[in-house]
Design a protein around this ligand. Structure first.
Ligand code: SAH
Ligand code: SF4
Length: 378
């Protein structure tokens, strides 16, 4: 397949079902270019940008400071919609999981995790994933396609609608959505251009205005893209590490064969802006008998010694036929205490939304889940 065909096959449609052009995720200069075709002065684009990102409107009709005939023209040719809500599940712990449908029918999951101090939105970057980390449910769904920048941004806008966080929503004080983590379905650094485009508008003061300090991108370790991510976006970096040496890591994460630990840790050491104040987060899933021995903890403490970091220990979230079991809590605690005595912060992540399969690594398109179910007779 040619490079062009490959890119087309995995890219997102830019028009909706009615052939209207999506305005969400166009940068301001791009919007000026597009609307320039209608001979609109630049200030009109700025007005429309504000309506979209600051007020959260989804129709041109609501754009009160635009002339009526212009609103009609825009509505015929352009669109500023949201993904369709396919299903919503609310966990006993308050975590919400939405299955969202895109204009071509593809689906992704998004999760909102409220805590007393913050509200974290876990956003997807791809439908499926090309990487096949052995412990990850998402990894069993082959990549269908990348999400477009608009589809990534629309997930955040969908959550803002739901949480009534636009000024026009009125009745609510304060914000619930404080943090964004690119930790949903897919590998964000394999869809870097679209992720970057969406996050730039998320962070833009005239966009959604969410500070880069409150945005974290998680990667399984796509080394060549890490520096660019730090330089261009400056968001917090989380690394799915999960092993203290190449032998174990390659066994459970095939990407390690391409980008081994030494290269990954070097990229972390030189991540732009990393400091004791802005540490890297290493995620470490606790797999019984695989990566959870005291010796593994000591080795981990050793390899991370010169990287300002914190280690998140994640109890493995089980899914059927994974072949893995979560380490017993006593083992996780012993692992944590070795890291702590070596001077690391190593909190044990409390699983959220497990009852609705919304926890880390459990996300999957519902259609895919059904398909696998049919194939395996589940
Ligand atoms: N592809 C990116 C973003 C997904 S983040 C990445 O891998 O970093 C999802 C996080 O959950 C990753 O750290 C992933 O390794 C972890 N994870 C995957 N499956 C899991 C499971 N079954 N239990 C706990 N954590 C899991
Ligand atoms: Fe993909 Fe991340 Fe899951 Fe690995 S852990 S299969 S990179 S989503």
């Amino acid at each position: 397949m040619s490079v062009q065909k490959h890119a087309e096959k995995f890219s997102a449609p830019r028009k909706d079902r009615n052939g209207r052009i999506q305005l969400v995720a166009l940068s301001l200069p791009e919007m000026q270019d597009v609307l320039g075709e209608h001979k609109l002065p630049n200030f009109r684009s700025k007005q429309i940008w504000n309506w979209i990102y600051q007020r959260g409107v989804t129709t041109f009709d609501a754009m009160a400071n635009l002339p009526k005939d212009l609103r009609n023209i825009l509505a015929e040719q352009y669109v500023i919609d949201r993904p369709d809500l396919v299903t919503e599940q609310i966990s006993a712990d308050g975590t919400i999981k939405w299955l969202l449908g895109m204009s071509d029918g593809q689906q992704v999951e998004m999760v909102f995790i409220p805590t007393p101090k913050r509200g974290t939105l876990c956003v997807s970057s791809q439908v499926g994933c090309t990487l096949t980390c052995k412990f990850c449910h998402t990894g069993t769904q082959p990549l269908v396609r990348n999400l477009g920048a608009h589809e990534i941004l629309q997930q955040v806008m969908f959550a803002k609608d739901y949480l009534k966080e636009w000024p026009s929503s009125g009745e609510k004080e304060g914000r619930d959505l404080t943090n964004i983590v690119m930790m949903g379905m897919g590998e964000p650094l394999y869809n870097y251009e679209n992720v970057a485009k969406a996050l730039k508008i998320c962070m833009h003061p005239d966009g959604l205005g969410i500070s880069k300090r409150h945005i974290t991108l998680s990667t399984s370790g796509v080394v060549p893209q890490i520096e660019k991510c730090g330089e261009e976006l400056g968001v917090n970096l989380a690394i799915s590490l999960h092993a203290p040496n190449d032998a174990i890591r390659s066994e459970i994460m095939p990407i390690n064969n391409k980008y081994p630990l030494a290269d990954l840790l070097n990229a972390c050491r030189s991540y732009p802006g990393v400091s004791a104040m802005r540490r890297i987060t290493f995620e470490y899933v606790m797999l019984d008998g695989v990566n959870d021995s005291d010796e593994n903890a000591r080795q981990l403490a050793k390899i991370l010694v010169d990287i300002p970091c914190k280690i998140n220990l994640i109890p493995f979230n089980a899914w059927e036929k994974s072949g893995f079991v979560c380490s017993p809590m006593a083992r996780i605690e012993s692992f944590a205490s070795i890291l702590e005595s070596a001077g690391y912060e190593a909190p044990i992540r409390r699983p959220r939304g497990r009852d609705i399969l919304a926890a880390c690594g459990q996300l999957k398109s519902e259609s895919q889940r059904k398909k696998i179910g049919q194939e395996t007779g589940d």
